[in-house]
Design a protein around this ligand. Structure first.
Ligand code: FEO
Length: 170
């Protein structure tokens, strides 16, 4: 069913999703260290979602009788000079993940591997939401982030985000 290239891409996606979790934890640490607990909460939950994504790829491989191979997780950038830099990096990273998912999708389509494309459909939709959320945050920052009172309110709004398990069932 799954060809070698698709298996390889799915396996490397496990690592990319765990790396995403690590990167978002680095963002959360930055915000925590700068007194923005709401932003820190937002990115901590984002990290939990990325871990979930990694586990979904891992379980999909297992369900197809494939042994996942865990690789080392790269150390993320932890030197940020501004809030804007972090928010921009979040958006850039989500675009990178979208491109990565699309590459797996292309391979599966070319191989008429509809089992994998059906699995990936959830991620295609999820990536739209992820990119939109990252972009929205950047737009808000650009509009009023420099204003202390507005930043306080935005931080408060982000502190209300709660973790929910992914809707995808394997
Ligand atoms: Fe799992 Fe934010 O992509």
């Amino acid at each position: 069913m799954l060809n070698e290239k698709t298996k390889e891409l799915l396996n490397s996606q496990i690592n990319k999703e765990f790396y995403s979790a690590y990167l978002y934890l680095a963002f959360a640490n930055y915000f925590d260290n700068n007194g923005l607990d709401g932003f820190a909460n937002y990115f901590k939950i984002q990290a939990q979602e990325e871990r979930d994504h990694a586990l979904l790829f891992l379980e999909f491989l297992q369900n197809n009788g494939i042994l996942p191979m865990l690789e080392g997780i790269e150390k993320p950038n932890q030197n940020f000079s501004s809030i804007k830099e972090v928010l921009q990096e979040a958006l850039n990273h989500e675009k990178y993940v979208t491109a990565s998912i699309n590459t797996i999708y292309d391979e599966a389509i070319n191989n008429k591997d509809y089992r994998t494309t059906q699995f990936l459909d959830w991620f295609v939709k999820e990536q739209l939401e992820e990119e939109k959320s990252a972009d929205d945050l950047l737009v808000k920052w650009d509009m009023y982030g420099e204003d202390k009172r507005s930043l306080y309110l935005l931080d408060k709004e982000l502190s209300e985000r709660v973790y929910t398990a992914p809707s995808l069932q394997l």
